[in-house]
Write a protein that binds this ligand. Structure first.
Ligand code: MIG
Length: 816
């Protein structure tokens, strides 16, 4: 006898369900309620909320009452609904702001955005969902469409022709172009076409997809769970999109200066002696370094918030010596808490219900380093506060920075993460892990940042994270995970980090030298040369691989690395200024050329060179045994940093690059503020700045300007106005240049008596500097006012008193 079991569905072979994708159909009614426009279709509908003249949110809903909650990515204060006039015609609803007009076709729900000239910026043709709850929207793509953003993705800069998934994933290997999901998910797509750019930000922390490949004339955005909640962000320039996107999801917090120094890491420095020896070696060898990382071996059997009693028996003593040397420690903290009833963090967390559990109440157990582990539920502020508070353990030791790893969260099982039915209690609005997944890592870093801030009493915390979601920039720097010591991975880091920058993550970078596999002398040299110009600068390598501390390959290599790491420290004032700009405007520290030269057809997918700020062009060597490369210079005149050669832009040049040189160019007419070489960012050797002006011209029409931001580099005083802004200007006249400076604000008093101005490679021969006499190098070093000939191609250094009221001088050209 057979029971009904005989026809169990699984026995019947794969089931083919013909799914019907639903659309909202035509608009049947619309209403305005508290500045929110609810447009109802035959089935569900779309809510429109204008956040400004340039930004609106469109959220698809299926229930009677649309749910207007957002994820933690979006800043509450930037989400206030604004009212704009709406006009209804037979066919359309038309919303008009000062910058855009949104047309909503009543019959089809087609959404079109035009600029004031009537040019179509964006058109969404379709929005639909299947019975399982997946959502999908389709947009027009043009023959000249280019795509950017999307955070941490492999492959090239322009994402046209690509398909990506957003699902935070621990991918130890391989980081190949075809890998669609890595550790971070930033569902922001920037679409540039026809001299217009706009952004679409999908605020959905479940699995989502962006497809710029499969549909020829359209691209699509889809999500597997939750709602299609999309923000339209207007340009017209890509810079406007980045600025507005970061006003919506936040900008980086200005890091403490030490966090933008050079960092050294290894999986792992195994004991206290090794760490101290490492710190001493940096100082003996005079290679600047600010931070040493402690990877998982510092812990007592991988229990977070502990030190191993055998290998790190006296952490306080170790910290004291490191403090003397000016080296800081950043220890790793993973989310997995070892299941061990004798371990305080576990016991407390279980008793106080801090760990992720299923609806039925059982705690989710997963295996990671410490063996069977449990995972804090950072969706609850109560748990986040508890976790943040635990960091007092570290801050009491003088630690000010934490490294969050494995926070996708990574779990050693088939799915590589937490089970999808685990719940996040989300302050009373429970959601499944399936819907919450991409937020997990960010909420961990948020808890960490806030806990550190609480205990550091006014000092700026530093958090580094592997996983994140849109908005992560507010809490943490991001490194790009387990790359390998492959030349290909060095090259791939450029577009990856550039797109991260366009996606709000201004403070990011790869493991310099490569994490897994074995580095080589050349690869380490070339990667470090490039890496010292990336916003986040850490050399890190895996257990069992070739050592890659800067002295691992003999003296020649060591010398080159010392020079380049030193260059990062000398350029610290310029770099710090860029971080300040990123905090103020969201502009990334390193930029693809297309951001600064959007009309230049040569740069839409150019990603083997990049800009540091606006005016420094970096062209790394990313192949072995290569001592030349082609470099594209955009419009303008570009001065070779190494020898002062002036190159006309708008063309390709062939650059020579023996091992000790990485091609670098500075745009004529730009200022770069340099400081003294330091062994660590806060070394007390004064704050002399040397404001370099490259390629000055003694002619009418020459104009250059720069504002140098300065503060104490470590406290939050700057948020209460404790900073200074030094504005420098150079204006050319017939046969002279007037250089003037003034403090827009001087509520931070830099430690120096004089200011220096260096004219590098001027386009004229300098005869005299008004009111100042020519002095010797020794007199300059002694602090005298005056000017000296610098020797290289007519350059000079001018030294003046650093008076709060500013000043000016005239540089005149030699006649003839
Ligand atoms: O690979 O903590 O990406 O930087 O050294 C397993 C050990 C876990 C992954 C991180 C890597 C870190 C390593 N971790």
């Amino acid at each position: 006898m057979e029971s009904s079991e005989a026809i169990r569905p699984e026995k019947m072979g794969p089931m083919v369900i013909k799914e019907t994708w639903n659309t909202p159909g035509s608009i049947v009614s619309w209403e305005r309620s508290e500045n929110i426009y609810i447009c109802r279709g035959e089935c569900g509908g779309i809510v429109f909320i204008f956040l400004s003249d340039e930004m609106f949110r469109m959220k698809v809903f299926r229930d009677r009452v649309p749910d207007l909650t957002t994820t933690a990515a979006v800043l509450v204060e930037s989400c206030i609904p604004h009212l704009f006039p709406v006009e209804e015609t037979e066919e359309q609803l038309i919303f008009t702001t000062s910058a855009i007009t949104l047309f909503l076709e009543k019959k089809t729900f087609i959404i079109r955005v035009e600029n004031v000239q009537g040019k179509v910026i964006m058109q969404q043709n379709l929005t639909s969902w299947n019975p399982r709850g997946a959502n999908h929207a389709e947009y027009d793509m043009q023959p000249d469409s280019h795509f950017y953003g999307l955070g941490e993705k492999s492959s090239f800069l322009d994402k046209r022709g690509e398909h990506y998934t957003n699902w935070n994933t621990d991918v130890f290997a391989p980081h190949l172009p075809e890998i669609e999901a890595l550790y971070e998910s930033i569902p922001l797509l920037i679409h540039m076409h026809d001299e217009l750019s706009y952004g679409l930000f999908l605020d959905n922390s479940g699995r989502s997809e962006f497809d710029m490949r499969s549909h020829g004339v359209a691209f699509t955005i889809g999500c597997a769970t939750g709602a299609l909640d999309i923000y339209f962000i207007n340009g017209p320039e890509m810079k406007d999109v980045v600025k507005r996107y970061t006003s919506l999801t936040g900008r980086i917090a200005l890091p403490p200066k030490w966090a933008i120094g050079y960092h050294q890491s290894r999986y792992s420095y195994m004991n206290q002696q090794e760490v101290l020896q490492l710190a001493r070696t940096f100082r003996e060898k005079r290679i600047p370094c600010d931070v040493i990382y402690l990877d998982i071996h510092y812990m007592d059997e991988y229990r977070v918030f502990t030190f191993d009693p055998v290998n790190f028996p006296e952490p306080a003593k170790m910290m004291a010596e490191l403090l003397e040397l000016g080296v800081r420690i950043v220890p790793i903290v993973d989310p997995g808490v070892k299941k061990d009833p004798n371990y305080k963090v576990y016991k407390e967390g279980v008793l106080d219900k801090h760990f992720c559990r299923r609806l039925e109440g059982d705690i989710f157990l997963g295996e990671v380093w410490p063996g069977i582990s449990v995972f804090p539920d950072f969706s609850d502020s109560r748990t986040s506060e508890w976790w943040g508070d635990l960091h007092k353990y570290y801050t009491d030791l003088g630690i000010q920075g934490i490294w969050n790893d494995m926070n996708e969260p990574a779990v050693f099982n088939d799915t590589k993460t937490m089970d999808l039915d685990v719940m996040h209690f989300n302050n009373g609005r429970p959601v499944t892990h399936e819907e919450y997944h991409n937020l997990y890592g960010m909420m961990m870093s948020k808890a960490t940042y806030e806990g550190l801030a609480e205990h550091l009493q006014g000092e700026r915390p530093f958090v580094l994270t592997r996983a994140g979601y849109a908005g992560i920039q507010r809490y943490a720097a991001v490194w790009t995970g387990d790359n390998r010591s492959f030349w290909e991975h060095m090259a791939m880091a450029i577009p990856m980090v550039l797109n991260m920058g366009l996606s709000g993550l201004a403070f990011s970078g790869p493991d310099i030298g490569g994490f897994a596999h074995h580095t080589s002398a050349q690869l380490l040299v070339r990667w470090t040369q490039m890496g010292v110009f990336f916003p986040y600068c850490r050399n890190h390598s895996s257990i069992g691989t070739m050592r890659q501390e800067p002295w691992s390959f003999g003296e020649e290599v060591e010398g080159i690395l010392r020079e380049f790491i030193g260059l990062r420290y000398r350029w610290m004032p310029y770099l710090y200024n860029l971080f300040h700009e990123a905090e103020q405007t969201g502009m990334p520290v390193i930029r693809p050329l297309v951001l600064e030269y959007p009309r230049d057809p040569h740069v839409t997918n150019l990603c083997d060179q990049f800009l540091l700020g606006e005016s420094v062009l970096i062209a790394p060597i990313y192949r072995p045994d290569t001592d030349h490369r082609s470099v594209y210079l955009p419009e303008g005149q570009w001065i070779d940093y190494w020898d002062g050669t002036v190159n006309e832009g708008g063309r390709h040049i062939l650059a020579a690059a023996p091992l000790h040189i990485m091609p670098m160019y500075i745009k004529a007419g730009s200022f770069i503020a340099e400081g003294p070489l330091k062994q660590y960012a806060m070394e007390e050797t004064g704050e002399l700045v040397i404001v370099h002006l490259y390629g000055a011209k003694a002619e009418v029409g020459f104009n250059a300007a720069f504002t140098l931001y300065e503060d104490d580099g470590h406290s939050f005083g700057y948020r209460r106005g404790r900073y200074s802004e030094l504005a420098v200007k150079a204006v050319g006249d017939e046969a002279s240049i007037k250089l003037s400076w003034s403090y827009l604000l001087r509520d931070y008093e830099p430690h120096r008596d004089v200011l220096r101005f260096a004219l590098c490679y001027p386009f004229f021969t300098i005869a005299a500097v008004s009111g100042l006499s020519q002095i010797s190098m020794e007199q300059l070093e002694d602090g005298r006012e005056g000017w000296v000939q610098k020797g290289n191609k007519g350059g000079i250094i001018v030294q003046v008193g650093d008076a709060p009221e500013g000043g000016e001088f005239m540089i005149s050209a030699e006649k003839g």
